[in-house]
Design a protein around this ligand. Sequence first.
Ligand code: TRP
Ligand code: SF4
Length: 337
Amino acid sequence: MTDKEKRIVSGMRSTGKLHLGHYFGVLTNWVKLQNQYDSFFFIADWHALTTKYNDTANLKEYVKDVALDWLASGIDPDKSTIYLQSLVPETSELHIYLSMITPQNWVERDPTLKDMTKILRTQGATDNSITYGLLGYPVLMTADIITFNADFVPVGVDQVAHIEISRDIIRRFNNIYKVEYFKEPKPLLTDIPLLKGIDGNKMGKSFNNDIKISDDEETTEKKIKQCITDRNRMRRDDKGNPENCEVAYQYWKIFGTEEEIKEIEQGCKSASLGCADCKKCLARKVNEFLAPMREKRMEYAKNPETVHEILIEGSKKARVEARKVLDGAKEAIGMYF
Ligand code: TRP
Ligand code: SF4
């Protein structure tokens, strides 16, 4: 069923190359949803600045990387509007209006933001490195969402608390200005369970446990070899239990066919299959899976003008919609214009 009248919007921060956690947690969902909804996907380079304001040397490279990873994953510029957040300044204007009406304690209570600042502090951040802009993170997200008056926001579970605040801010806007102008957006989640990193923790770039969409085959194999297995299986001739195999078997369940999974299970339980061989096969499966994406990524990487054009054109298109929404918001507030 298509519902092209309904809008979705979502973004990702440009902080580096994307990994399989992004792919399975978010991107596959976007690829599906773009057939169904009027879709806006943006690279959140302002949000990247909330924590990386003094580390901008790679910012442009990161924007390109995210664009390439999206295109490689199947986000289609003919189906979706792909744009760069900072090229749609209407969002920043909406952000100002929202910042005026958002109670300070709402942003201070944002659990996702609290987690972010905690992590930053463990990485050496001091009071002076936690900025006003970072505190406004959920407000800027709300501005992103209302830029298109979106109905749904397809995100990973980690973003849901932010979206809750967005709904509160939007409701408050409508209440204060006595309008029914902005819709309260709902999160759209995937039912795919969280993909673990090779060490068994949540996959994340900064945890050094991720497999990137753009990794080459050798790197992928090396990483898969490091995957946690059944910790009780110490020696080659010990019998294993796939259910206790923390990472490798979980990956098999994603990348293997039903038949292959059965075979692995039997080999593991009977000890006819050793972990090293098991992971070698797995690496091949993962590489096979990623091969077409990597090829597509390489093609786009060879044509940087095409990628640039996609972002520029997408941003132009986004601005047309954003302008209309912004004018309506100014009207609702009572601005002179
Ligand atoms: N905070 C999101 C992330 O870290 C990125 C993001 C910014 C976003 N603005 C948004 C997601 C608006 C959805 C809607 O991945
Ligand atoms: Fe895991 Fe495979 Fe080793 Fe079994 S054989 S514990 S499934 S890596």
